[in-house]
Write a protein that binds this ligand. Structure first.
Ligand code: PRP
Ligand code: URA
Length: 204
């Protein structure tokens, strides 16, 4: 479990939480926060030593030596896709579509398109880890395609979701910008930031 500990992460998260933040600004902040999350989530990717010719001489360098994959959970996880593709242009991308039922908050899967993930260092992207139901289902699918290791990357996580994910997938690392207090009676994260998908796409 890794919680970002950087002044910029706290600054960005506070603006994301602010109910006055409009969708265009919300998307921009989410991108910037995702860069910080992605750096933390990929800090253990394997590297190899290489030789590099600078304009002056040969020197030692290092290069990434492990296939990477990302799997955004639709819809909200799409907000985290582009900044990671920019950082890692060779990343493989898969998609999982999950939607929570309005009354029960139980997620059901409506779409899945995953590449072969065997041997790939895979990040599951979903900004909200609330009950953990969506994350568990997404990671079930990701593991069924052979991914290892798998890291869950969220913007905000509730203790209930962390506990469920750690119980069902104890090998999965969780990287987040904040661990919040609890869930409310509608299973929204408190203090949270509301419905991420609606705020991202202006659909409430
Ligand atoms: C939200 C969020 C997560 C899920 C988290 O998605 O983006 O996927 O809820 O809740 P959980 O941990 O309790 O499963 P939602 O179902 O609202 O769909 P959307 O992203 O399409 O808006
Ligand atoms: N999904 C959201 O978008 N927000 C929450 O607080 C919980 C689930």
């Amino acid at each position: 479990m890794h919680v970002l500990d950087h002044p910029l992460a706290g600054h960005l998260l506070a603006e994301l939480r602010d109910r006055q933040t409009a969708p265009d600004r919300f998307r921009m902040i989410c991108k910037n926060l995702t860069v910080l999350l992605a750096l933390e989530a990929t800090s253990h990717v394997r590297t190899k030593q290489i030789k590099v010719e600078t304009p002056l001489c040969e020197t030692d360098g290092s290069a990434l030596d492990q296939g990477l994959a990302i799997v955004p959970v639709l819809r909200a996880g799409l907000a985290m896709l582009e900044p990671i593709v920019q950082l890692f242009p060779d990343v493989a991308v898969g998609y999982v579509g999950l939607e929570r039922h309005e009354d029960t908050a139980v997620a059901h899967s409506y779409y899945s398109k995953l590449p072969k993930l065997v041997g790939r260092y895979t990040l599951c992207l979903d900004p909200m880890l609330a009950t953990g139901g969506s994350a568990v289902q997404a990671i079930d699918l990701i593991k069924a395609h052979g991914a290892s290791p798998v890291t869950m990357v969220s913007v905000v996580a509730a203790p209930e979701g962390i506990e469920k994910l750690q119980d069902r997938h104890p090998d999965v690392d969780i990287v987040t910008a904040a661990v919040d207090l609890c869930l409310n009676d509608r299973k929204y994260i408190v203090p949270g930031l509301g419905d991420f998908g609606d705020r991202l796409y202006g659909t409430n």
